[in-house]
Ligand binder design. Sequence first.
Ligand SMILES: Cc1cc2nc3c(=O)[nH]c(=O)nc-3n(C[C@H](O)[C@H](O)[C@H](O)COP(=O)(O)OP(=O)(O)OC[C@H]3O[C@@H](n4cnc5c(N)ncnc54)[C@H](O)[C@@H]3O)c2cc1C
Length: 455
Amino acid sequence: MNLLLPRALLRPATPSERGARHAAKVERIARALARRGGGDGPLSLKKKAVSHQVPKRGDKRRLDAKLDVSDLDEILEIDPVARTCVAEPGVTFVDLVTATLAHGLAPIVVPELETITIGGAVSGCSLESMSFRHGGFHDTCLEYEVITTDGAVLRCTPDNEHRLVFEMMHGSFGTLGVLSKLRFRLVPAKRYVKVTYDTYPTLGEYTAAIRRYAAADDVDFIDGIIHAPNKHVLSVGRFVDDAPYTHRYDWVRVYWKSTGTRIEDYLRTRDYFFRYDRGVTNVQPRSLVGRLLFGKLLSSARLLRLADVANRFLSADRPNVTVDLFLPIAKVEDFMRWYRGAIDHFPLWCVPYRRVRYYDWIAPHYFDGVDDELFLDIAIYGLAQPPGRNYYKEIEDELPRVKGIKTLISHNFYDEETFWTIWNKESYDAAKAITDPKNLLRDLYTKTCRAARGL
Ligand SMILES: Cc1cc2nc3c(=O)[nH]c(=O)nc-3n(C[C@H](O)[C@H](O)[C@H](O)COP(=O)(O)OP(=O)(O)OC[C@H]3O[C@@H](n4cnc5c(N)ncnc54)[C@H](O)[C@@H]3O)c2cc1C
């Protein structure tokens, strides 16, 4: 019936109708989980938006039985006074940004691709140019609702009896139950973002500038591109009310390249958040003519769907390298000396990231000797590997020396013993016993380091 009515005439659902709808979805998922036995084979989630994991040939997850959570995609409440939002995990950042900007607010930490979801940002990883102040999107969350594989529904906050589950949800990659609702903070936003670009010839000057800006804490956004070993560009953004002009980077223009030629730029706030949606440093199509013809069509979501469909044509032996590396800022120069000798690929995307609290998922002694709260995420996108090399493994072997961590969204070659010297097995196992005692969802090591490689 509703399909016959123009959208404008539809009455928006009241908060209690939305709440009732949410409760019914949770009940359906809880029942489906409770019915499933431990011997029924691994289960993974089916959401509506495309997955922003690096596509992997042979990823066993593709063959798993699916738990359908695709209807968990509604914004339940925006409170403009408390500056909070309650939403289901399948809400995409592009929808969330549109809804919150209507109230003059924005989510804190908006991953740069439009269709990354808030549930995926917590269960996987998330960082962007507000991370120098706030950490990851999960650090802005106040409460999670989690459905365990026994069918229990837990309300988890940083200080209630489910504190451990709250802390361990980040980076759990769908192995600690189903995240079904999130409450998180918002910040005031203006209509435009003004970005200025500072160029530094040396890495030392670059990291010193990042430290200075982060300590002064008087800008809204910081990220940057290392174009070459002698060209380090820091992009510093501020919300502004007015703009003399604006640019968008969703067709012919390429954002990362613009940072190497411009001194300043203005973007509408929404366009700023998603300025890398056509690719961070691996924008497709590469040629100007290709972008002119197809650039409008090739959003990140479309490219990932294409890669999913063409999964069996992806390289199993030498997949391209897409990886984020979190390095204590004091160790960046040390790491880059190794990187120049071993890999030496540029451009690199850089995102300063503040570890805003003790993270329970990191092994207790991994960060011993690291006094800094400021990290630098160095992201490599789409680097081809030469024959006989495994850059992923080489990077994994190097990272412990500089107390670095890589995200698990791409190819992981850790052996189990090494893995649990970096991730916290004791806390993980304790959270697993509460949220997935039947092990329907695989454990973190098996899912990210074995099943993802087809093992
Ligand atoms: C090409 C590329 C570019 C990227 N660029 C950025 C970037 O600019 N900034 C950034 O921050 N990140 C970036 N990422 C990383 C991305 O944010 C993470 O991979 C994120 O986890 C993806 O979220 P998603 O919504 O696509 O979820 P998915 O990829 O579908 O899921 C991620 C994990 O979370 C689990 N999960 C999803 N929903 C739930 C739920 N409701 N309950 C429990 N578990 C769940 C899934 O099982 C899966 O293991 C990029 C990734 C790729 C592949």
